[in-house]
Design a protein around this ligand. Structure first.
Ligand code: ZN
Length: 178
């Protein structure tokens, strides 16, 4: 008889409530930010634009010690003519490859630049227009997925902005009307 560990887990570990998810994110967000900073060291960019990301992901049927897990990613664009692959996307895809079904929080570390979509110059590097669209279309990311965005100021500190994915969309939404 096959061992149905997934079924067993579901029987003893109910789905976490939204309160528990927020509490866990609150506890994990600083580590997530630091993992994003370390991930930026693996960036491959033809210009000096290293970006790192880390995501805090949830997998309901994982074993208890891996139900909540961090994944890292960095940006890849080795030549100007090469397609852009964003750090957030590589981190999210790493989580998806291991079967994680919900991204609770996303950290991004890099130096801000003018947003190509909205023209906004922000205090920290915000996920780009392509990433914002990806967030809107990928089932693992939700409007209430949390963001922690850090611009390194020195070896052990950041300027930080925090918001939800939904708030990010609003910040960068094109103005309605003429
Ligand atoms: Zn992007």
């Amino acid at each position: 008889m096959p061992h149905r560990f997934d079924d067993y887990l579901r029987s003893i570990m109910p789905e976490p409530g939204e309160d528990e998810i927020l509490r866990r994110w609150w506890n994990a967000r600083e580590a997530t930010l630091w993992q994003a900073r370390y991930a930026a060291e693996r960036s491959q960019s033809y210009r000096p634009f290293p970006v790192g990301s880390a995501v805090y992901a949830f997998k309901p049927d994982a074993r208890p010690d891996t139900r909540w897990k961090l994944f890292r990613g960095s940006n890849i664009k080795a030549a100007k003519e090469a397609p852009k692959i964003c750090a957030e996307m590589t981190a999210i895809m790493a989580a998806m490859q291991e079967g994680y079904t919900r991204i609770i929080g996303i950290a991004v570390v890099g130096n801000p630049q003018v947003d190509h979509g909205s023209g906004l110059q922000s205090e920290t590097l915000h996920p780009c227009e392509s990433c914002r669209l990806a967030f809107a279309t990928l089932p693992v990311v939700r409007p209430d997925t949390q963001l922690i965005l850090g611009r390194p100021t020195d070896a052990d500190s950041f300027v930080i902005e925090e918001m939800s994915v939904e708030e990010l969309w609003k910040i960068h939404a094109p103005r309605a009307g003429p």
